[in-house]
Design a protein around this ligand. Structure first.
Ligand SMILES: [Zn+2]
Length: 237
């Protein structure tokens, strides 16, 4: 089998995936309720997008691992700590090489997140610190370097795709996609008028850090508003 990247997991893929999982407590096994693939009846999750000419039959624990840790396991294999091949609880999954790969579980399949993948060992405590740093406008790249993880892992934390259960007060997932250019123009004008970030955020239904990112030019730089200059210091909320 030729290694292949995991396709992008969109919101509806993620929702569809978890709908096929009997999610329980962290210590319990989470059964895969979806289809399985012969000959060894491995959990299979299919992503099909006709308009992209994409059809992939993916190993369900690999998806669970990727969603939870924000990193495609390839080239490592996803193995079970619980000896239950049908389980997709990410806390019961670990990475290993082929030698570990007994009756346990099989190929994560395929693909590339770079060698850093197996050093990815984020913990709840780290993720908490990462979320706080993100709120303080630390860049994704800096965090990826500090914690020795792939920058995609940080992005997924920022977007609320992974590590949702680690709660940090005031943190909400990065939501720049929801704003339109017209919104952003109005937001920049509001910032120019000196309105409070908190008020603007409330008006547009986004989090304060979204407004702060616009204010400091981290996002939406290309939307120009006469007189608007990104601020470099942290503004009052
Ligand atoms: Zn299990």
């Amino acid at each position: 089998m030729k290694p292949k990247r995991l396709p992008e997991l969109r919101e509806n893929d993620i929702a569809r995936f978890w709908a096929k999982v009997d999610q329980r407590g962290v210590d319990e096994c989470w059964s895969w309720l979806g289809t399985t693939k012969p000959p060894d009846n491995r959990g299979a999750f299919i992503i099909e997008r006709a308009y992209e000419n994409l059809k992939r039959n993916l190993y369900a624990p690999r998806i669970s691992y990727a969603l939870h840790y924000g990193c495609d396991p390839y080239p490592d294999y996803v193995l079970h700590n619980c000896d239950n091949a049908n389980c997709v609880n990410p806390h019961h999954l670990r990475l290993g090489d082929t030698e570990d790969n007994s009756a346990d579980s099989i190929a994560a399949g395929t693909q590339v997140c770079g060698e850093r993948c197996h050093t990815t060992k984020l913990t709840n405590a780290n993720v908490k610190k990462i979320k706080i740093a993100l709120m303080n406008n630390t860049s994704v790249e800096d965090l990826a370097r500090d914690y020795k993880v792939d920058s995609r892992a940080i992005r997924r934390i920022r977007e609320g795709v992974t590590w949702k259960h680690v709660e940090v007060s005031g943190f909400c997932p990065f939501q720049w996609r929801r704003l339109s250019e017209v919104d952003v123009k109005a937001i920049k004008l509001a910032l120019l008028r000196g309105e409070l970030l908190r008020k603007i955020a409330q008006r547009y239904g986004v989090c304060v850090s979204t407004i702060s990112h616009i204010g400091c030019g981290k996002t939406w730089k290309h939307v120009e508003v006469p007189g608007f200059k990104p601020h470099t210091t942290r503004r009052t909320l």
